[in-house]
Design a protein around this ligand. Structure first.
Ligand code: ZN
Ligand code: ZN
Ligand code: ZN
Length: 368
């Protein structure tokens, strides 16, 4: 699998005239070689020349963690007193266009740029994203399993199984996290719980505010779940619960959001530019008078990273391809009052949009 991915990578490098690719901390490295760099100051870096063997620069003390993959990469181990940047420089050779992992520490790039004064640097994502964003069948199943686990937590939330009234946002957030782990996730990436007026802040940090009756509670949570190969794929879902009957204006706004989100999911067909999927729901929300209350893009790609290409946003003309996986998460936010968001993970497929998030999309109303 990794050998095949590397050969596809080299084809991308050739097409974009990239001579050498450098991957370090971040999700690209494990995707292409099965090893994840520790996010520590010592340099780990895969050097991929367009022609020639890939070499994994790795510090001596981390070398025992590396699963060697002949035919994929060879190791270049450095000792504590060696200069790993000089080692990287020697492996890069005469490359003039060098693509650098977007998450690599800036410090390494600054040091490397000094040794390669004539090189042109580019973001590695220009080369890696077209490959990583299109999921194969096994990856889609890994995403589906993660989404199903998050769905089970969302079902518990909607049913009232997860107590809300009288608890703090932070307390409920911790429970959502525990439940994600209990449903098979290895890691909780976030668990936003925003009550009442706090829900008007899309990335609200759950705090000591106590949830009360008559309030909407927006919950947006997700984590990373390892598949059969031990590779982690992400989940991400948002559902809203109202404690007691919602006021008519909120219920009406939710209906608008519900229709807009469903229309966007339906619009996510192969061949349609990402920005048009964004426009479909934005137009409906604007039509209802909430145009300036939908203050973020419609969605983000998802895979081994919680946020990756393709972004469902105005200006992104990328046409959806079978295997693209992304969120559809429009929102309506009224500062000082309340906020609403509805989020699913969707995969564009040959026979139409494949919605991985199956939890009921209506506003859940719980007695309070
Ligand atoms: Zn977000
Ligand atoms: Zn989310
Ligand atoms: Zn999301």
């Amino acid at each position: 699998m990794f050998a095949e991915r590397l050969s596809l990578l080299r084809a991308q490098m050739a097409a974009q005239q990239v001579d050498a690719l450098l991957l370090s901390v971040g999700a690209d490295l494990p995707y292409f070689c099965g090893y994840e760099a520790m996010a520590l100051p010592r340099l780990t870096m895969l050097v991929v020349p367009r022609d020639g063997d890939a070499r994994l620069i790795v510090p001596r003390l981390e070398a025992p963690r590396v699963v060697e993959r002949p035919g994929v990469f060879k190791m270049a181990v450095w000792d504590e007193t060696d200069d790993p940047i000089a080692l990287a420089r020697s492996l890069i050779g005469s490359a003039s266009v060098v693509a650098v992992g977007d998450r690599m520490w800036a410090g390494f790039l600054v040091d490397l740029a000094r040794l390669l004064p004539r090189a042109e640097f580019r973001r590695a994502s220009e080369v890696t994203s077209p490959l990583r964003s299109v999921k194969d069948a096994a990856e889609v199943e890994s995403l589906r399993a993660a989404a199903a686990a998050a769905d089970r937590v969302a079902v518990a939330l909607r049913s009232g199984d997860i107590e809300l009234a009288g608890r703090t946002e932070a307390d409920v957030s911790a429970e959502l996290g525990r439940r994600l782990l209990a449903e098979g996730h290895q890691r909780v990436n976030f668990a936003i719980v925003a009550a009442g007026e706090n829900a008007a802040s899309p990335h609200h940090e759950p705090g000591e505010r106590v949830i009360g009756p008559g309030e909407v509670v927006l919950c947006d949570f997700g984590g990373t779940m390892a598949d059969a190969n031990g590779v982690g794929y992400c989940s991400d879902i948002t559902r809203c619960v109202h404690l007691g009957d919602p006021p008519p204006d909120l219920a009406d706004a939710y209906d608008v959001l519900f229709e807009a989100q469903a229309a966007q999911v339906a619009a996510a067909v192969v061949g349609r530019p990402c920005q048009e999927v964004d426009r479909v729901g934005r137009a409906m929300i604007a039509e209802a008078g909430f145009g300036h209350r939908f203050i973020h893009r419609t969605g983000h790609g998802i895979g081994t990273e919680a946020h990756e290409d393709p972004y469902i946003v105005e200006g992104n003309r990328t046409e959806l391809r079978a295997g693209h996986a992304f969120s559809i998460e429009p929102g309506i936010y009224l500062p000082g009052r309340w906020g609403l968001r509805l989020e699913d993970i969707v995969v564009a497929a040959a026979d139409g949009p494949d919605n991985l998030s199956t939890t009921d999309h209506r506003l859940a109303v719980i007695d309070a």
